[in-house]
Design a protein around this ligand. Structure first.
Ligand code: IPE
Ligand code: IPE
Ligand code: MG
Length: 255
């Protein structure tokens, strides 16, 4: 039923915007750097926090859309290890929004067969947020639809440091040998253990950088940039990114 409805909408989308998508060859794992909330708000004379609130709504819409079209994994950058440098007020507002998002996700996204996981060092977050993360993860973990990874207090370099420490500990206590260390093993010490690397990384807002996002996993990801601010990002932009992705030739070093 949902499938048929989707294909009906899909036809309209394809026709009206001229975006060609092959739904049998979707990127399995999409990652998004949700950037531009502050500038979106400032442009309208609103406080930056209004931009973050609007950005959270966009996330909800894009998550549901990815689930509907059959994307398997969506990883979103919500708060970096460097975002603590922002004014305390803004950090507090972001943390409040994340808590609200997780509570809301537990109520609404769980019923849509979406599984939610948080990646990053959550040990420094408030007790309340940590408990909510565990609650939301547990409640949604057996959902078989989209897996939504939310990166909170995530940094690609911090993730590598964390992996190196764990690998060193496991070598020290004899769980693994130095000769066991290879790319596959290192991947298994990352927060994204067991997941396919992102096929497509999307960054709105006009910045052309990764800002410490998925450094290990992005080795062969296709990158897609747009000037649109995250709160204005719609399923149509996502379809355009997917369509462009499908035109590319991924060689992985071959010919
Ligand atoms: C992204 O939007 C949200 C976070 C980084 C938490 P920004 O707040 O970075 O928005 P801009 O880049 O200042 O417009
Ligand atoms: C990246 O955006 C982090 C998130 C979107 C959560 P930033 O706004 O922090 O990145 P820079 O500072 O422009 O590189
Ligand atoms: Mg930014």
């Amino acid at each position: 039923m949902a499938f048929n409805l989707y294909h009906f909408i899909k036809k309209i989308t394809t026709k009206s915007s001229n975006i060609q998508i092959d739904y049998t060859k979707l990127p399995e794992h999409i990652a998004i750097i949700m950037d531009g909330n502050g500038r979106w708000a400032e442009k309208q004379g609103l406080p930056r926090t209004a931009g973050h609130k609007a950005g959270a709504n966009t996330l909800k819409r894009i998550t549901e859309f990815c689930n509907e079209i059959g994307v398997k994994i969506l990883t979103v950058y919500a708060f970096s290890t460097e975002n603590w440098r922002r004014p305390q007020e803004e950090v507090d507002a972001l943390m409040r929004l994340l808590l609200e998002y997780l509570k809301d996700a537990e109520r609404q996204l769980a019923g849509k067969n979406i599984a939610i996981k948080v990646i990053g060092d959550i040990s420094v977050l408030s007790q309340e947020i940590q408990e909510q993360i565990i609650k939301t993860e547990n409640l949604t973990k057996s959902n078989s639809g989209l897996l939504l990874n939310i990166a909170i207090n995530y940094g690609g370099r911090a993730e590598v440091v964390n992996a190196v420490k764990q690998i060193a500990t496991d070598v020290q206590n004899g769980k693994i040998q130095i000769t066991d260390i290879n790319e596959q093993l290192i991947s298994n010490y990352m927060y994204t253990k067991g997941l396919k690397d992102p096929d497509l990384i999307i960054r709105p807002s006009g910045e052309l950088r990764l800002s410490n996002f998925l450094l290990w996993q992005s080795a062969y990801s296709e990158l897609w940039f747009s000037n649109i601010y995250w709160p204005s990002f719609t399923p149509k932009h996502l379809l355009k990114a997917i369509s462009d992705y499908q035109q590319r030739n991924r060689r992985f070093g071959g010919i």
